[in-house]
Design a binder for this molecule. Structure first.
Ligand code: HGY
Ligand code: MN
Ligand code: MN
Ligand code: MN
Length: 409
């Protein structure tokens, strides 16, 4: 059993404290990328990084890193991280948990710093959620060389703002080149955000793969008309058409389960008036599957259904917002996670991540893996998001042990 442990009390207190940054008048937590709330949170996390004795580096896509220059200065660092930005009406653990636990790991390792052979970097990646600027996982994607920096900085948000201008406005348009160092390994500690660990009574998830993600924006143009005088058979009702797409996706997933998921998370009708047949429906489609060929099948099936709508007189346009293939994490790191959990007497199981994470981008440039802890009722992207204090501490202790092993190799 490892003698060391992280300071659970400080970790929990900081999670609550950071969770208050970005509350709106209704008490909802909203910390969209490059917003004023994001700035306040970045400033607070940066101050905690400095308190942990880390040197702050900000790169040109606004990723914030705290570097601990221990060990051999030329050795590739261990990188830990996650994100600070949130969705709308978020919980307090998704993202900050991985960063604040990493700061506790650094602090817990200070007494044995002379045994460490390589630097340790804690990263807070820009715009993981993609709620304001698509694609999601943008900061880590640019860092890993998967998206051109200038193109990312030019991204127009859902509110018409430009990411690069917003980063400059909040003072986080850094100067370091994204990808300035290739880590020896990247480990991300995160809440599961799903029901598996809790339903099986397992303490730790050793995440060995992450499902593919396809984000599309669909626009269906019909004919706005009088809600009272227009018979159903004579309509080109964009609202009915959108509803048929949603039902189609639900049936498609039912026929393919387990595995794939499909979500229409955002939808808008125009002119959006009670007594006018919608002339236009604009909505997003989020498709995911751990198996690339099945994800492609679902994309093709949706495209065929939309073509069929077009043959019925609707004008249909589709814009691809994001497309990431499934990712396999490093088996050696997963074995370390398994071992670290068992040495602490914690139950552990291999699993797939249903959610996207910065680790899936870092896996493009270095061995990467994730550690999950249970989420109560499997809820996330929701203020009811919750993990118990002992689960939060256990995940951070497993991260500590994995980092201690990696940093002394
Ligand atoms: O959508 C996702 O899974 C990620 O949290 N952005
Ligand atoms: Mn997250
Ligand atoms: Mn999230
Ligand atoms: Mn995520």
């Amino acid at each position: 059993m490892s003698a060391r442990s992280i300071d659970a009390e400080r970790l929990l207190a900081r999670l609550v404290r950071l969770g208050e940054v970005g509350r709106d008048d209704d008490g909802r937590l909203i910390r969209l990328a490059a917003s004023d709330a994001d700035k306040m949170a970045r400033d607070l996390v940066s101050s905690w990084m400095e308190e942990a004795g880390l040197d702050i580096i900000v790169d040109r896509i606004g990723n914030v890193f705290g570097k601990w220059s221990v060990g051999d200065a030329d050795a590739a660092p261990i990188m830990l991280g996650s994100h600070i930005d949130t969705v709308v009406n978020a919980g307090i653990y998704d993202g900050p948990y991985g960063i604040l636990a990493a700061l506790e790991v650094v602090t817990a390792l200070r007494p044995v710093r002379h045994d460490l052979k390589r630097p340790i970097i804690v990263g807070a990646f820009t715009n993981e959620e993609g709620a304001r600027y698509a694609p999601d996982m943008m900061g880590s994607l640019v860092y890993a060389g998967g998206l051109d920096l200038d193109r990312a900085l030019a991204t127009i948000g859902t509110d018409g703002t430009v990411l690069g201008e917003e980063l400059a406005r909040i003072g986080y348009a850094g100067t370091a080149a994204p990808g300035f160092v290739t880590p020896h390994a990247y480990i991300e500690l995160h809440i599961e955000q799903g029901p598996v660990l809790e339903s099986e009574g397992i303490a730790i998830g050793s995440v060995e793969n992450l499902q593919g993600i396809s984000w599309q924006k669909v626009k269906i143009e019909g004919t706005a008309n009088h809600a009272g005088t227009t018979p159903i058979a004579l309509r080109r009702d964009a609202g009915h058409a959108a509803a048929r797409v949603i039902t189609f996706l639900r049936d498609l997933m039912d026929s393919n389960s387990p595995g794939g998921v499909a979500t229409v998370g955002s939808i808008a009708f125009e002119p959006d008036i009670i007594n006018v047949v919608p002339g236009r429906a604009t909505f997003t489609v989020d498709l995911r599957d751990p198996v690339e060929s099945r994800l492609r099948d679902h994309e093709r099936a949706l495209a065929a259904f939309l073509d069929d709508l077009a043959s019925q007189g609707f004008a249909v346009t589709v814009e691809t917002l994001t497309r990431f293939e499934p990712v396999i994490f490093d088996q050696g790191l997963c074995a370390l996670i398994d071992e670290a959990a068992r040495e602490r007497g914690l139950s552990v199981r291999r699993m797939t991540s249903g959610a996207g994470h910065d680790a899936q981008m870092m896996a493009r440039i270095c061995p990467s893996a994730m550690i999950f802890i249970p989420s109560r009722d499997g809820i996330s992207h929701n203020p009811r998001e919750h993990s118990d204090p002992d689960q939060i501490a256990a995940g951070a202790d497993v991260l500590l042990d994995v980092v201690a092993k990696l940093a002394t190799q």
